[in-house]
Unconditional design. Sequence first.
Length: 76
Amino acid sequence: MIRALRAQNNVIVDLTELAFADSSVMLDLAVLARRLRARGRGILVRGAQPQVLALITQVGLHRLPAIRLEPAPAFA
């Protein structure tokens, strides 16, 4: 998290290989988003698997102003 807070640009969080997430992951992302927003930056959450994306929307993380979602691409 410290490295992300020191970044001069928006932060990309790639969740492509994350198959499971719980409330601690959501809390970490929310705290990071809040701190980055205070510095005029935000987070792009990239590649969240369907089950992780469902959790993000259930807890309302996607509604935070500093967070943008880019879902995982569908594989054929």
